[in-house]
Design a protein around this ligand. Sequence first.
Ligand SMILES: [Zn+2]
Length: 163
Amino acid sequence: MIKQKTGVCIDCDNGKIVPLIAKRCQYHYWKHRDSLKKKKTVEETKSSSPQKDAMMSLWEKSNKKSEISGKNLIKFYHDYITGKENHQFFWCFAHFLSKKTYTKLKCREDGMMLLHPDEHYLIDNMTQKDRELYEKKNNCSFKIFYDKQALRKKEYNIDKKYD
Ligand SMILES: [Zn+2]
């Protein structure tokens, strides 16, 4: 097994040790990749996977707003379908639990939640203190995410709901 490299992301530059891909955290890696990439072809936009299908299905049923802050997410969808930007839209979906460990939740709508990419980034790469600052500034709470995370974990490990 290849051990993933960890360190401080050159774009976050916040001193926090995170898994790295080409010197960047996952968020900044894809952001960087998108900035280099030219416009996507229609073919690429259409390509699907079970995970992407679950995300799109969740998106269709949603009110297109972050469950955490109520922030509107339509512009990310627009940028995605017009091929302007690919990365941010998929950061509007956060899995409650590690996709590697909790594999059966990876492609399930109830295994993920709709939120603003900044909020996803705060969950993945930042500290509790950073999240509290954001909560104060935006009058919102990350509790809904962590409550659902705890519930899914219990359902997965104790209730064996997804077997
Ligand atoms: Zn980063």
